[in-house]
Design a protein around this ligand. Structure first.
Ligand code: NAP
Length: 321
């Protein structure tokens, strides 16, 4: 079994369990990101340690399931519970964390800062700048604010949160300046249409964009019509937000997902996530402030849906015509 096998996501659950048993409590390190093959986990969670990965065009490898944070830090739950949920995800291999300058008025980034303190090197950290801050000086100030809240000296990926009226030439130059200054390792965009992406790629150095983070789940497949094939043509991974249907996780009440989950001995959430990352070119970033939910979600890292499962899911949730 080679690292290439891991990178292409070719392990089935049995093979991966075998690796976890072999490695015991040691860490599996892929592309600089440590993926935990943690030891005292029950069968479900040990198989959920990271097997599926996605490679960015610069060669950086990240787990195909990360962790969102839009509503973390809003005091819906005790902060300690939300921090425990994120730490649980990290220990199970969900080492990519997505946040944004504006989430919970900054408290999401602060909460993540507490979680990653002492283990920054294990985490692939993504934050976002809103378009009204995407002017040359302001983007640098916004980045410094995020870095201070997160307690780090660099972001692994910095995204323009949405398009609005951002001047893309200025945005690209500012992102590249931050990259050359070592404040960010890579940059990308979010909520961009194919038209926006084409405009971006016409700008000098615009094709250095690492990803486009967009809405994608089994109930909302419209990017399959044009954006997903466009990104696949550029060999650019897509980050799927709201992979469980968004706040409230409405998709998880879907009987087809539940039935397929029961057949695999896992939750509907794991099925929804495994479906989202099935191509090997999509990173899903479910959000949860519950450690129990995070454990269910991590199972998707090693869940392989069968061709019959995919057919059944297509019948229940047809691709866009
Ligand atoms: N770029 C953008 O414009 C943009 C827009 C939206 C979102 N995002 C990013 O994407 C992340 C995820 O998207 P999202 O928050 O909209 O939606 P989501 O991840 O599809 O769903 C989040 C909801 O699912 C629940 N949940 C998670 N795992 C569960 C499980 N195993 N069983 C039952 N419920 C579960 C969560 O509640 P519990 O906390 O109770 O588990 C929460 O209510 C955000 O946090 C954010 O980082 C980006």
């Amino acid at each position: 079994m080679t690292i290439e096998d891991l990178n292409t996501g070719l392990l089935n659950r049995r093979e991966f369990n075998g690796i976890c048993t072999t490695l015991g409590s040691s860490l599996l390190t892929i592309g600089g990101i440590a993926l935990s093959g943690a030891s005292p986990l029950d069968a479900a969670t040990s198989s959920a340690s990271a097997a599926r990965t996605v490679k960015f065009r610069d060669g950086t490898v990240v787990p195909a399931i990360g962790q969102g944070s839009w509503h973390l830090g809003e005091e819906k739950r005790p902060a300690a519970s939300e921090e425990e949920a994120l730490r649980t995800g990290l220990s199970l291999g969900m080492t990519l964390i997505d946040t944004a300058l504006v989430y919970a008025g900054g408290r999401s980034e602060e909460l993540i800062g507490r979680v990653i303190a002492g283990q920054r090197d294990r985490v692939f950290l993504v934050s976002k700048v809103p378009p009204d801050r995407a002017t040359k000086d302001d983007i640098a100030r916004a980045c410094e604010t995020s870095l201070a809240r997160l307690g780090t000296d660099h972001l692994d990926l910095y995204l323009l949160h949405w398009r609005a009226h951002a001047n893309l030439s200025v945005t690209v130059t500012s992102f590249e300046d931050l990259r050359l200054a070592g404040k960010i390792r890579a940059w990308g965009v979010s909520n961009f249409s194919v038209k926006d992406m084409e405009e971006l790629f016409r700008i000098p150095r615009g094709d250095r964009c690492a990803t486009n983070q967009v809405l994608y789940n089994i109930g909302e497949r419209s990017i399959e019509r044009d954006l997903l094939p466009w990104c696949q043509q550029q060999k650019m991974p897509v980050m799927a937000y709201s992979p469980l249907g968004g706040p409230g996780a409405s998709l998880l009440r879907d009987p087809t997902l539940a039935r397929i989950g029961a057949a695999h001995g896992c939750s509907a959430a794991a099925v929804a996530l495994a479906w989202t990352i099935r191509s090997g070119n999509v990173i899903a970033i479910p959000e949860s402030g519950s450690a129990a939910h995070v454990k269910e979600n991590a199972v998707a890292l090693s869940l392989t849906l069968t061709p019959e499962d995919l057919q059944t899911l297509d019948a229940a949730h047809p691709p866009p015509g």
